[in-house]
Design a protein around this ligand. Structure first.
Ligand code: UDP
Length: 250
């Protein structure tokens, strides 16, 4: 199903962004394309767009209820979301509660080490450079965010983590790590943007001890574990309990 929209403004790996009816809003279409390893691995996964749209909508509503500002306005159809138009900050914020993934490939920290407080890293959002890790010095040299903005970004990201950890725990999921993108709207407010879904979070089923079976996120695709859509469906089913009817903006 497609819905009335304006010009295509941008096409990314997992979403298309279109002009909306109002200048302050854009429409996001969640695609079924799955990519990993900087798009070197690709597949089409039926229903992924719908599931990620629904999961993201619920999580944005959960954040909103806790007073965390996001770009989310509502959903417009199964794979379509209406969001505020923002200027995206070219930085990816990664919060890690448990060590895994690139942290364990790049450092001697053992898989599964709890990280308290959560480790927060910034990466430069540039696919052609492979989203490199930023040090404070490189961040200052690049001048992409001021030190005051860096503090606001870090506070917002840690607040998101503080809301999502207990939210997921309640539905039997461990929030291992996740990536956030942030943007600034026309009023100059800093908002959580992009999506929050099993494409951007690592989520482990707390009721399952098996190191592979418990994975309910994109690692199933990255590691060829199978059952990717079933895992996303399970996350959607549980998340939806907190938000049975996401706001409709159509
Ligand atoms: N992540 C993401 N997009 C990226 C890089 C990372 O959504 O471009 C998410 C990833 O799904 C995981 C977290 O950020 O939840 C940390 O990823 P990591 O740095 O461990 O990268 P990976 O092991 O996937 O290469």
């Amino acid at each position: 199903m497609t819905i009335p929209h304006g010009d295509l403004l941008y096409e990314g790996k997992a979403k298309r962004i279109y002009a909306g009816a109002e200048d302050k809003q854009v429409l996001v279409e969640f695609k079924n394309d799955a990519t990993a390893f900087n798009a070197q691995k690709k597949a089409q996964l039926d229903d992924k767009g719908r599931l990620n749209c629904r999961i993201s909508a619920c999580l944005f509503e959960v954040l909103e209820r806790e007073g965390i500002p996001t770009h989310y306005c509502g959903i417009a159809a199964e794979t379509w979301m209406v969001v505020q138009r923002v200027e995206v900050i070219p930085v990816e914020v990664v919060l890690r509660n448990i060590a895994t993934g690139s942290l364990c490939r790049e450092t001697p920290i053992a898989q599964g080490t709890p990280l308290e407080p959560a480790l927060l890293d910034l990466y430069f959002k540039d696919d052609s450079l492979g989203d490199p890790l930023l040090t404070d010095a490189r961040l200052a040299l690049l001048g992409v965010v001021s030190s005051e903005m860096r503090e606001r970004i870090e506070l917002l990201a840690r607040n998101v983590n503080a809301v999502l950890i207990p939210f997921f725990r309640e539905i039997g999921l461990q929030l291992v790590d996740f990536k956030l993108e942030l943007g600034i709207n026309a009023a100059g407010e800093l908002l959580v943007a992009d999506e929050i879904s099993p494409d951007t979070c690592r989520l482990w089923d707390l009721s399952c001890l098996d190191a592979e079976e418990r994975i309910l996120d994109k690692d199933r695709f990255r590691k060829d574990l199978g059952g990717v859509i079933e895992a996303y469906g399970e996350v959607c089913k549980r998340v939806q309990g907190a938000c049975p009817t996401p706001r409709n903006c159509s």
